[in-house]
Design a protein around this ligand. Structure first.
Ligand code: BES
Ligand code: ZN
Ligand code: ZN
Length: 492
């Protein structure tokens, strides 16, 4: 989709979008051709349209023998319009345009901008490209609708800044859509080896380094907690290591991004219900978020050093699979009693984190994982749970979240619950019992971060949606890519 500032008003406009504030006057809209104003007035006059935030109406008609669509969308109170609210408005008008099968959009706005030109371009491009996304390649008749162009009709202060923002927003959205594709692909397509190969291609294309360890290598470096989870699968595990050095002068400042990469989670011998299993191809959404972030960071040439780690494996059942009751030794030497084979994510993450700290020398750790059903129970599918040992760093994530609109909520990492993950036969057990599941999972991981500043994001609820709304389609949301990329920008 082409996204630009319109230079000349054409004779005919395919689809006209009017964004209107609470007390709008159509006269205040610059460059609005009189015939469009008349059409809009006649139509709005007939309906009881109130320009409340995100109130939307659309109609189609014929003018001088040519078909047109008209979409009007309320923006509510102008003062309250943040970047995220603008993004949501743009997403709803683009969603309406897709429903009308519109090809060329002309976007008018009746009120002055409340955000800078860069941010405006950014959220416009992001909303348009995220909303257009649909995972439809497996339909015999792919009905995915593509919009050709979105022209903004507005006297933006700086075209250059607006275009910069569009470029940025494009990178944010395309990296997110890359992650969405990875998550939406089923487990017969995405398994550890194929995930590693796809990531390798992305590394070459976008310019970050990559190294891939096979099972032999993993055994040599004793990543036995990670290996235990993958043992039941015919697909061998892979450790995917991605490196991007945007600030070579500060080699000792490197952020480790660790993404849960369980390409399928059957639960193992603590098997899931059939219903709980259908969407478990999404159990590598954390990995996809990290890979998407590597793509975004290298495309934006961010001045930060990042090591992304994905411990990719499949949690399956076979004669080789790990058993409930197994005692395993993780890479850092601590032992774990496996009381539940379905609490596998944390076992893969702790070895990946230990590897990142001990071998890659990262000095900050952020992990992102579809880790606990308890996070879904606590916060639903629109808010990710976060746990940290560094509130100052979390403030930066909160500010990133405000910009990207990907909501987060902090859960406490109180020491009191640590006793829940103590085992009678090993250093830890991998489940803390029925209470506070998201917190005990995080506390388990915290035991392996060696006092480094650490943020944990549980995206079990937010990684996918069951229905289409705004910029989300059915399936993967790509959550985390924009959030972490923006966090990195705030850390530059
Ligand atoms: N992958 C699941 C968590 C999950 C649940 C992700 C729902 C997305 C949607 C994870 O590996 C898991 O099974 N966790 C268990 C842990 C329990 C056994 C302590 C859970 O939350 O039920
Ligand atoms: Zn599980
Ligand atoms: Zn899992």
């Amino acid at each position: 989709m082409k996204i630009d500032l319109l230079k000349k008003i054409p004779q005919h406009m395919d689809t006209i979008i009017l964004l209107l504030e609470e007390d709008y006057h159509l006269d205040s809209i610059e460059f609005l051709p009189p015939y469009v104003k008349e059409l809009a007035e006649a139509w709005i006059g007939d309906s009881s349209f109130k320009a409340e935030f995100a109130a939307l109406q659309s109609t189609s008609g014929v003018h001088k023998g040519q078909k047109y669509n008209l979409i009007i969308c309320g923006a509510g109170e102008v003062k309250a319009l943040t970047a995220d609210k603008m993004r949501r408005l743009f997403a709803s008008v683009v969603r309406a345009a897709i429903k009308l099968k519109a090809k060329t959009l002309y976007l008018y706005q009746s009120f002055p901008l409340t955000i800078g030109d860069v941010a405006y371009g950014h959220v416009l491009a992001e909303a348009a490209l995220l909303t257009e996304y649909k995972f439809s390649k497996y339909f015999s008749n792919d009905d995915k609708h593509e919009i050709d162009a979105l022209h903004l009709v507005k006297n933006i202060k700086s075209t250059r800044y607006f275009n910069c923002g569009v470029l940025e927003g494009r990178i944010f959205a395309e990296s997110t859509n890359f992650a969405r594709d990875l998550v939406n692909e089923p487990a017969n397509v995405i398994f550890p080896e194929s995930l590693a190969e796809i990531t390798k291609k992305a590394a070459l294309k976008y310019g970050f380094d990559i190294e891939i360890f096979n099972a032999d290598k993993l055994r040599r470096i004793k990543m036995d907690a990670f290996l235990a989870v993958g043992k039941g699968s015919k697909s061998e595990p892979r450790l995917i290591i991605m490196r991007y050095q945007g600030n070579p002068d500060a080699k000792n400042k490197t952020i480790g991004l660790i993404g849960k990469g369980v390409t399928y989670d059957s639960g193992g011998y603590c098997i899931k219900s059939p219903q709980g299993m259908v969407t478990m191809n999404c159990d590598m959404a954390g990995a996809a978020a990290v890979i998407g972030t590597m793509i975004a960071a290298s495309s934006l040439k961010l001045k930060v050093n990042i090591v992304g780690i994905v411990a990719a494996c499949e949690n399956m059942i076979s004669g080789e699979a790990y058993h409930p009751g197994d005692l395993i030794r993780s890479m850092n030497g601590k032992t774990i009693e496996v009381v539940n084979t379905d609490a596998e994510g944390r076992l893969t993450l702790i070895d990946a984190i230990h590897y990142a700290i001990s071998r890659e020398k990262v000095n900050k750790v952020l992990d992102i994982a579809t880790l606990t059903g308890a996070a879904v129970g606590a916060l639903g599918n629109k808010i990710s749970a976060v746990v940290t040992n560094d509130n100052a760093w979390l403030e930066k994530l909160k500010s990133a979240s405000e910009f990207t609109g990907e909501k987060i909520w902090q859960l406490p990492a109180h020491e009191e619950y640590k006793e829940l993950i103590k085992s009678q036969v090993a250093d830890y057990k991998n489940v803390g019992g029925p209470m506070a599941g998201t917190i005990t999972a995080a506390l388990f991981i915290q035991e392996f971060v060696e006092q480094k500043p650490w943020i944990h994001i549980d995206i079990a609820g937010t990684a996918r949606r069951d229905s289409e709304a705004g910029m989300y389609s059915v399936g993967a949301t790509g959550v985390g890519v924009r959030l972490i990329t923006q966090l990195l920008r705030e850390m530059e």
